[in-house]
Ligand binder design. Structure first.
Ligand code: ADP
Ligand code: MG
Ligand code: ZN
Length: 190
């Protein structure tokens, strides 16, 4: 019996999660394995139906609304599936896919802009067979960065800012714990 496995790649934005996902994907392609690349369809930062890293590596992918949609694409020939931005999906399907003998490699943000565990990701980290936690470089001090800093109209976001802010310039940067700032200190882990 073929036994599948779940590999999780996590960390803040700019940590190299997508790069690492695509690196592992390309190795499977060199080995002529049957692979499928997915991402949730809410991530429209870049072209539809491509997974793109910050240093412009890109690969064609299938967009998903929910993780169960993966069953529409997976066949008995599928060796591996790769999923980017997993924080926007759910944990309903990957264990069943692993039982079919499939290698599942996923990447996603482990914490949100408030510094709190991101949605489904604590479950993902617990259920994975292997976890790689990457760090970016802090744009303020150059230390290893563990946090995703949200910037709205040139200043740090407030804890209470909604995820979608119409009409504001919203951006993100990598910061270490010391340089991470959150306005209106309701930070749960303060
Ligand atoms: P992630 O998917 O984790 O957001 P990517 O794999 O898309 O990250 O991009 C990682 C790349 O981003 C790095 O290889 C580097 O070229 C670039 N980069 C830009 N800003 C930073 C930063 N502050 N720290 C680390 N890498 C950065
Ligand atoms: Mg990414
Ligand atoms: Zn710093």
């Amino acid at each position: 019996m073929k036994i599948g496995r779940i590999e999780a790649i996590v960390g803040p934005m700019f940590a190299g999660k997508t790069e690492e996902l695509l690196r592992r994907l390309k190795r499977m392609e060199y080995a002529h394995k049957n692979v499928i690349l997915f991402k949730p369809d809410i991530d429209t930062r870049y072209e539809e139906s491509y997974v793109v890293s910050h240093n412009k590596n890109k690969s064609l992918c299938v967009c998903l609304k929910k993780s169960v949609d993966m069953f529409n694409y997976v066949t008995d020939k599928t060796d591996a599936i790769f999923i980017d931005e997993f924080q926007f999906l759910d944990d309903e399907s990957f264990i069943a896919l692993k039982r079919r003998g499939i290698r599942i490699v996923l990447s996603g943000l482990d914490k949100d802009f408030r510094g709190e565990p991101f949605g489904v990701m604590p479950n993902v980290l617990a259920l994975a067979d292997e976890v790689l936690k990457l760090r970016a470089v802090c744009v303020k001090c150059g230390a290893d960065a563990n946090c995703t800093q949200r910037i709205i109209n040139n200043s740090p976001a407030s804890y209470n800012d909604p995820i979608i802010l119409v009409g504001a310039t919203d951006s993100y940067e990598a910061r270490c714990d010391a340089c991470f700032e959150i306005k209106d200190k309701k930070y749960k882990y303060e």
